[in-house]
Design a protein around this ligand. Sequence first.
Ligand SMILES: [Zn+2]
Ligand SMILES: [Zn+2]
Length: 353
Amino acid sequence: MRAAVTEGPGTIRLHDRPEPGPPGPGRTLLRVETVGICGSDLHLFRADLGPSHDGLLPRVQGHEFSAVVAAADPTGDGPAAGTRVAVWPVRPCGACRPCRAGRENVCRHLQLLGVHRDGALQEHLETETSALVPTPGLTATQTTLVEPVSIAVHSVNRGRVAPGESVVVLGGGPIGVSTALAARDRGATVLALDPVPSRRDLLTALGFSTAAPDAADLPALLAVHTGPDGADVVVDTTGRAAVLATALEMAGHGGRVVVVGMTSQSAPTSPGPLPVKELDVLGVSCCTSAEFAAAADLVARNTAAADAMVSHLLPLAEAAAAVQLLEERPDEAFKVLIDLRPSPAPDDPGDPA
Ligand SMILES: [Zn+2]
Ligand SMILES: [Zn+2]
């Protein structure tokens, strides 16, 4: 079978690999359909997150994907052959302190599909049956959006977003848009900021208030959105170190700041607003298995938005070009998907075969 292997920093090549055999108990063999390329994939591709990336390459990347069950779990548990599934990419140890506390997404020995173990940029993948979430009624591309949306579900849970609250989302990429969808689903009002006009157009089309972060009228817009008390919750999805200071500034007294974007950079930030406004600053890493299932439901309630987020479908042979597109053309590349389906398949819900 074909697999796109990130051989070393900056190099992806197609390899021919042996097909995986029939799955053992507790495991399922999947035929991969479509795979999203993510900002975090770019970090591993460049190996730019320092020691946490040591020894991870070569690797088959791809942690957000749709697949169809090719061979079901031999125990009879789990979805039948032909079922379309989303796959929770988190593989926790189950024994460390965060795992015992129900926070398996921050497992000390966390293994992520596509990062620590080979992921979905290959035609077949054998994995844990317990990680599969059937997505009846969703297309392959909509199913691929479940993983990025799951990060948003975890973000609004971490931020304790409540009905009627004002949320400012910094960054209008796929995670930013997903966060806006998740916050609106919880009954909050959302203002999303991004410097890229095409991203603001997408947010506007989906019914969100949006502005450029350097807009002259931003203070007035913020005042209208949050009222005099400032934002209840600010979610930083940008992965830019300097944005944390902005987030701390925009959050109101007693507010929450959720940091989702990953970076190895640093920028000066005064801790002053933390005690003055008694802010909660909350990090986000992946999501729990329950949140992943909730994300599948959220996508099902927002299929038009999921469709609107997909900007490109490219064949596996163009995986390197897909990464390049995401790096170099943020104005046109939104969610870039790799399509591994054998022939141009109709993207039919409920008819994955
Ligand atoms: Zn991702
Ligand atoms: Zn653990």
